[in-house]
Design a protein around this ligand. Structure first.
Ligand code: IDP
Ligand code: MG
Length: 140
């Protein structure tokens, strides 16, 4: 299995609901190492840039307003098969379809406010990591 890096975010609802520690604990318990971490409050413009791939979707304005509504925690996670391991820990986008025991099944109550973001492929992971972190902010 390849060692990969992926970008994780705890969304504003996850921060507001006080589950930062629980979410990070799940990552660590499953072998994902934190290589960079920061808390920040995205502007609407920054949220729109991050989610530009979804700009034609009907939920784009609502999603980016939500994502800029409060602080988030951004992290680089690293480990074997990290992109898929993180996606498996997150669960399906729609919490009602997420497997029991996943972060979204346990904490999300809305399809939009679904606690976490995780990159979906190596190319998007690279772009999303560079969105949040420069080389000096990453440990190796
Ligand atoms: P993902 O976060 O599981 O990768 P994406 O399809 O990439 O899901 O969608 C990005 C984010 O947009 C989701 O995490 C969720 O917050 C929001 N979203 C996705 N589908 C819907 C929808 O049908 N209604 C409202 N928000 C949605
Ligand atoms: Mg996605």
């Amino acid at each position: 299995m390849p060692i990969e890096q992926t970008l994780s975010m705890i969304k504003p609802d996850g921060v507001a609901r006080g589950v930062i520690g629980d979410v990070i604990g799940r990552f660590e318990k499953h072998g994902l190492k934190i290589r960079a971490i920061k808390m920040l409050h995205l502007s609407l413009e920054q949220a729109r840039a991050f989610y530009a791939v979804h700009k034609e979707r009907p939920f784009f304005d609502s999603l980016t307003t939500f994502m800029s509504s409060g602080p988030i925690v951004a992290m680089i996670l690293e480990g074997e098969n990290a992109i898929q391991v993180n996606r498996d820990l997150m669960g399906a986008t729609d919490y009602r379809k997420a497997a029991p025991g996943t972060i979204r099944a346990d904490f999300a109550r809305e399809i939009e406010a679904n606690i976490v973001h995780g990159s979906d492929a190596p190319d998007t992971a690279k772009v999303e990591i560079a969105f949040f972190f420069n080389a000096l902010e990453q440990v190796c």
